[in-house]
Design a protein around this ligand. Structure first.
Ligand SMILES: Cc1cc2nc3c(=O)[nH]c(=O)nc-3n(C[C@H](O)[C@H](O)[C@H](O)COP(=O)(O)OP(=O)(O)OC[C@H]3O[C@@H](n4cnc5c(N)ncnc54)[C@H](O)[C@@H]3O)c2cc1C
Length: 319
């Protein structure tokens, strides 16, 4: 294969894209594809599985509640919404704590090892850390160089600006790491998300997903805290039966701080016009898009590359 078209990054976006643009090779800096997303992944529809022709996602009824000072509440109110929003983003904005229809929603669950499934039919080259892109050439950290025609990048935008040499002295891309702890529990099969609005714990969401419980927190947590929550929720299992799949797994770009969209759009436009680089995915477009939004962006990129339609659609990554 002498493809000169590359997808940069073998995360969720890069692998979904590679299942659509099958002729593109994927270049990933890590020495292997991450086998697991290690976080909650629930979609609002089954569209993504149809789009890339993988096993159908499972529709589940997810109940939601709010936990505050030891009590559960079925419905959010303005105070709960503000407390939650400030806790997770230091801003007051609409968050998923609001429920579209009563206190439950239908969500679609991919296979827990979705990343594995996505990587099966793709051409991923690992240990390919890109350090520079210029004049139609990609330079890797080991000093090798490859020519390219077209690039679809899922590399976080703050890293990409350095790779192409854009000045970012004022360090405008700011983010905060978040942590996930994933536990498998015996004899457990239900779907429920609990929003924790208390300010005295950094845990903000606990989700039961079949036999798995996922804790999301702004800071590292301890095992006794995990057990305290499970006990407070009424779980009678012996805590020795809880198997930790991961503990305080760090998501480096967990929370992206928003910056002026016009600045982001002008950088994305510059990448496309100067380097033939199309940006895809939450961190590459620096916006909290959900994975299902990728379909729209992949189709837009296809039109831009193959039909020369709207040379660059500045709505990329949402309007
Ligand atoms: C706790 C949590 C819960 C979430 N829940 C949901 C959900 O329910 N639904 C949903 O749709 N989304 C959800 N998301 C968001 C979703 O996880 C992200 O949007 C998605 O993982 C982003 O994937 P990506 O491929 O764009 O980025 P990444 O996974 O960061 O992939 C980028 C890849 O580029 C590689 N790379 C970086 N720099 C270089 C370089 N210089 N050279 C080569 N390779 C490089 C990296 O190694 C990485 O593999 C959640 C996220 C978190 C943290």
């Amino acid at each position: 294969l002498n493809s000169k078209n590359y997808i940069l990054g073998a995360g969720l976006s890069g692998l979904i894209c590679a299942n659509y643009f099958k002729e593109y090779k994927v270049l990933e800096r890590s020495d292997s594809v991450k086998i697991n997303h290690r976080a909650l992944l629930r979609f609002k529809s089954n569209e993504l599985s149809k789009f890339i022709n993988i096993r159908s996602f499972k529709a589940v009824n997810v109940r939601k509640s709010i936990y505050h000072k030891g009590k559960f509440y079925d419905k959010p109110d303005l105070t709960a919404s503000i407390l939650y929003s400030q806790k997770v983003s230091n801003t007051i904005s609409d968050r998923s704590i609001w429920m579209e229809d009563g206190n439950h929603v239908i969500r679609y669950l991919p296979n827990y090892n979705l990343i594995n499934e996505l990587s099966l039919n793709t051409n991923v080259k690992c240990s390919k850390k890109i350090i520079k892109i210029d004049n139609g050439r990609i330079t890797f950290s080991n000093g090798t160089i490859e020519a390219y025609d077209t690039i679809i990048s899922t590399i976080p935008l703050n890293e990409m600006v350095k790779i192409v040499g854009i000045d970012d002295k004022d360090n405008k891309f700011k983010s905060k790491s978040i942590f996930t702890t994933v536990i498998k529990i015996k004899d457990c099969d239900f779907h429920h998300t609990v929003y924790i609005i208390d300010e005295d714990t950094s845990i903000y969401r606990i989700s039961f997903v079949g036999n798995t419980v996922i804790f999301e927190s702004m800071d590292r947590i301890t095992k006794p805290i995990v057990y305290d929550f499970l006990t407070a929720f009424g779980l009678k299992q012996n805590m020795n039966d809880c198997v930790f799949d991961c503990f305080n797994f760090i998501h480096q770009y967990g929370k992206l701080f928003s910056i002026d969209r016009d600045v982001v759009k002008s950088i994305l436009l510059y990448l496309t016009e100067e380097f033939n680089i199309y940006s895809l995915g939450r961190y590459a477009v620096w916006r909290n898009i959900m994975s299902e939004d990728l379909i729209k962006d992949i189709l837009k990129i296809k039109e831009m590359i193959y039909c020369d339609k709207h040379k660059y659609d500045i709505k990329l990554g949402g309007s």
